[in-house]
Write a protein that binds this ligand. Structure first.
Ligand SMILES: [Mg+2]
Length: 418
């Protein structure tokens, strides 16, 4: 195995188009996802794949810069990988959690390819063959010319949800909120719930509400079949004040590491932990956290921080091995127009995606697509996640009071943006 050591790390930033610009509490995804594709090569010529959010020269340089740390490192040594680049003391001076995640994905992919087994076999073995997903409903800007694809009103949101259910078979639905005021957004949420009897629902305003607004929202949605209320307000202390019988609170914001998980176990503020393979630093930290949650009888789900096919594969392998995964996972994936993996976008069937079964992560790069979308990134550049192309100069407070106006059909090419 002595030739199974890292000899090269490459990073390529790509820009892949979305169906529409997606609005969220602190800005928007500006009609595309910018992701950095990571390739880790071993001396025996195997290449493992990873993926990280964001991109550009800084992301590429940050990833490639870690070659000096990892040259000669065996991909089998995943525990040491953590300490090689994420030593807790050194991390006071740098934060490499997300870089570690992308490299961990690639090392797991390499080990799987080396042994000829899928990643889920390296993680304890799968307990399911498909992972279920919720539809991910966003308020969206419409086409600059025609307005088509806009999601702003309750009717547009209901139509969008029905369309996604028809296309992909979703039976649970997540509304991304924090764009308009909470009373308007809950009108929208209730309209979707009424239009899809028997399905389940979750609302996520990304911590933008005050305690009082969060409680009002919790009261208003009591009659709905809610999976949970996700991050209505910010902070463990804030969530603790909102928590009440009959409605579970979920988070991907205030419990994103083991320290916070321990704190939440000792003094409960949140009921459901949404595990993100990037935020937690890899697939294996999520599996470990899921084990802690199982011990404490705390529900979990799989979170999406945006993904192309490589990251989606990490979410599928994670979802495959968690016995206590009782909720559907999140994915932005159905909002993408294309992917950079061989075979194109993975397909949903009855609201689920099949867990890849090939060696490693089970996905391969489509080199033509990578080249096409790397060129697209060079042409368009990045975009600020925490700015909104429809509201120049705007940024939110927390708790937010600077809501968008639901009566304003602004489009990103509107002359007001010039
Ligand atoms: Mg969330």
């Amino acid at each position: 195995m002595s030739d199974f050591v890292i000899v090269d790390i490459r990073a390529t930033t790509v820009s892949v188009p979305l169906e529409a610009p997606l609005r969220h509490a602190v800005g928007a995804h500006w009609g595309r996802f910018v992701r950095t594709i990571v390739e880790v090569e071993t001396a025996d010529g195997l290449v493992g794949l990873g993926e990280m959010g964001g991109g550009g020269e800084s992301a590429e340089a940050a990833i490639v810069g870690l070659l000096t740390y990892l040259r000669g490192h065996s991909p089998f040594r995943l525990e040491e990988l953590r300490f090689a680049i994420c030593n807790p003391t050194a991390s006071l001076y740098n934060n490499r959690t997300q870089l570690h995640a992308a490299l961990e994905f690639a090392c797991l992919d390499l080990v799987g390819k080396k042994l000829g087994v899928p990643v889920h076999d390296l993680l304890g073995g799968r307990v399911r063959d498909q992972v279920g997903f919720a539809s991910y409903l966003f308020y969206r800007y419409g086409d600059p010319e025609t307005g088509a694809g806009e999601v702003r009103t309750p009717d547009q949101l209901v139509e969008h949800a029905l369309d996604l259910k028809k296309q992909h078979g979703f039976t649970s639905h997540k509304l991304k909120g924090g764009v308009f005021g909470p009373d308007y957004e809950i009108d929208c949420y209730l309209a979707v719930a009424e239009a899809l009897p028997g399905d389940s629902f979750r609302y996520d305003p990304n911590g933008s509400l005050s305690i009082e607004e969060s409680i009002r929202v919790a009261d208003r949605i009591q009659g709905v079949r809610n999976d949970f209320l996700e991050d209505p307000t910010w902070g463990l202390e804030g969530m603790r004040q909102v928590r009440r019988p009959g409605l579970l609170l979920a988070t991907n914001q205030v419990v994103v590491n083991f320290e916070q998980l321990a704190s939440n176990m000792m003094r409960r503020a949140v009921d459901v932990i949404l595990l993100d393979t990037t935020f937690w630093g890899g697939i294996r930290p999520c599996v470990k956290a899921a084990g802690v949650c199982e011990t404490f009888q705390m529900p979990i789900a799989v979170h999406s921080s945006g993904e192309l096919g490589i990251q989606l594969a990490t979410m599928l392998h994670l979802g495959a091995v968690l016995p206590n995964l009782t909720y559907t996972a999140d994915a932005h994936y159905h909002q993408l127009r294309d992917d950079i993996i061989v075979g194109g976008k993975m397909e949903y069937a009855d609201g689920t995606i099949a867990v890849p079964d090939g060696p490693g992560l089970g996905v391969e790069l489509d080199r033509d697509k990578v080249a096409e979308y790397a060129e697209e990134f060079r042409r368009l550049g990045g975009y600020p996640y925490d700015r909104d192309p429809g509201r120049p100069g705007w940024f939110p407070l927390m708790p937010n009071t600077r809501w968008a106006d639901p009566a304003d059909p602004v489009r990103p090419s509107d002359p007001r943006l010039a």
